[in-house]
Design a protein around this ligand. Structure first.
Ligand SMILES: Nc1ncnc2c1ncn2[C@@H]1O[C@H](COP(=O)(O)OP(=O)(O)OP(=O)(O)O)[C@@H](O)[C@H]1O
Ligand SMILES: [Mg+2]
Length: 379
């Protein structure tokens, strides 16, 4: 490079840095304005540095006055065209971002947004993110609506479930008071059964509210599957006998699970009681415990005849009960007592299992048709 060229480069760089610095200051001043301002500024800075450089080198006599005029004119015309292009581009970007803003507003108002494939990749990415947020929002709205409706159902069913036995007990106590009861023994027994049932329901509601509030206390300790299964069988045996249901089960020897003893035993009791209630006389209910690759599985299999897809979808909902459970048949006292649930058992099972970071699911099984509730707990 000749000395002259070095000097020209230095002068041009000096001018460009000077104009660039002013440009940066201007950019800082208009930083909150429309993107059109920033794009226009880029054009002004580039043409400005060219012109400043040309003026400076012409002063140093590197180019003639005539050349200086020609270059300046060309730069000025190029500058005007570039400015128009920049403004058009700025307008397009503003339009795209306005579309995005409208989209965000519809997301706020209607909860849905469809991704817009136009605009530069950054805006497209933003638009896709908005669409994903909209999907997540829709899911959580659905969940909330379902929770709300099950809460409403819970209140109406629980009040019904409390009012009916209370009315019955009132009638029975009145008859006892008046000495009109034909069989006072039976009335006393029935009142005790009803009181027990209502007390259990209040306990369940309390447990459920603790689960929902996230304050369920879990004190995990290693538990042998064999013990869990045999305790569950022993606990449910009297009810199974009353229903003439064969209750059996087994677990792999030496397999342990780390869980809250009271919580897990409640899970098994609720599942086994359900299974016994929904299995016809002479049917079989089987509890199995085994180790699986990512933890431990406890399953309760019954002969309920299978559940419909809608029933499978709802069994774990709070206060949901199958149609058969809502219209109890005339049965022996103990049987009808056990048949009459509040629809809280499986919601409690799910809450306790999830508090252990496990999952509970139900599937239909064949020959004889029934269903299997499977609890998977991490090892
Ligand atoms: N093993 C099962 N076989 C067939 N249906 C079942 C079984 N377990 C539960 N269900 C259905 O799911 C419903 C909800 O069960 P859940 O245990 O939550 O309530 P419940 O047994 O009716 O009352 P609760 O357990 O509060 O006394 C039952 O009413 C029944 O229709
Ligand atoms: Mg139950």
């Amino acid at each position: 490079m000749t000395d002259d060229q070095v000097q020209i480069v230095l002068v041009a760089a000096g001018c460009a840095v000077g104009v660039g610095a002013v440009g940066l200051l201007a950019a800082w001043l208009v930083r909150h304005r429309s993107i059109r301002w920033q794009l226009g500024l880029i054009v002004v800075v580039s043409i400005g540095s060219v012109l400043a450089g040309v003026v400076a080198v012409s002063r140093l006599m590197f180019i003639s006055h005539h050349d200086w005029e020609v270059v300046s004119l060309v730069a000025a015309v190029a500058g005007v065209v570039a400015l128009v292009v920049a403004l058009a581009l700025g307008a397009a970007i503003s339009r795209w971002s306005e579309t995005l803003r409208q989209g965000a507003r519809t997301l706020d108002l209607h909860g849905s947004y469809v991704a817009d494939p136009r605009g530069p990749s950054e805006l497209q990415a933003l638009s896709e993110e908005l669409a994903r947020t909209s999907e997540r929002l829709a899911e959580s709205r659905l969940r909330e609506a379902r929770l709300e409706s099950s809460r409403r159902e819970l209140v109406s069913w629980v009040s019904h479930d409390l009012r009916t036995p209370l009315a019955g007990m009132r009638a029975m106590t009145e008859a006892l008071e008046d000495g009109m009861a034909a069989d006072p023994e039976r009335y006393h027994r029935q009142i005790r059964v009803e009181v027990d049932r209502m007390a259990r329901m209040v306990d369940d509601l309390f447990e459920l509210s603790r689960i929902h509030a996230g304050v369920l206390a879990i004190n995990p300790e290693p538990l042998a599957l064999v013990d869990l299964v045999s305790e569950a069988i022993a606990g449910a045996d009297p009810v199974a006998r009353a229903f003439s249901v064969q209750l059996g089960g087994s677990a792999e020897d030496g397999v342990e699970v780390v869980a809250d003893p009271a919580g897990l035993s409640r899970v098994l009791t609720n599942l086994v009681m359900n299974a016994v209630r929904h299995t016809p006389a002479d049917g079989t209910v089987e509890i199995l415990g085994r180790a699986v690759p990512d933890g431990v599985e406890l399953s309760v299999r019954d002969e309920c005849g299978g559940l419909s897809p809608e029933e499978m979808d709802r069994v774990f909902d709070v206060a949901w009960r199958g149609a058969a459970a809502r219209t109890p048949q005339p049965e022996p006292a103990q049987q009808s007592e056990a048949q009459h649930g509040a629809g809280l058992g499986l919601a409690i099972v799910k809450g306790i299992v999830e508090a252990h970071r496990g999952v509970v699911e139900v599937e239909n099984v064949g020959g004889p048709a029934g269903c299997r509730f499977r609890v998977l707990l991490p090892g």
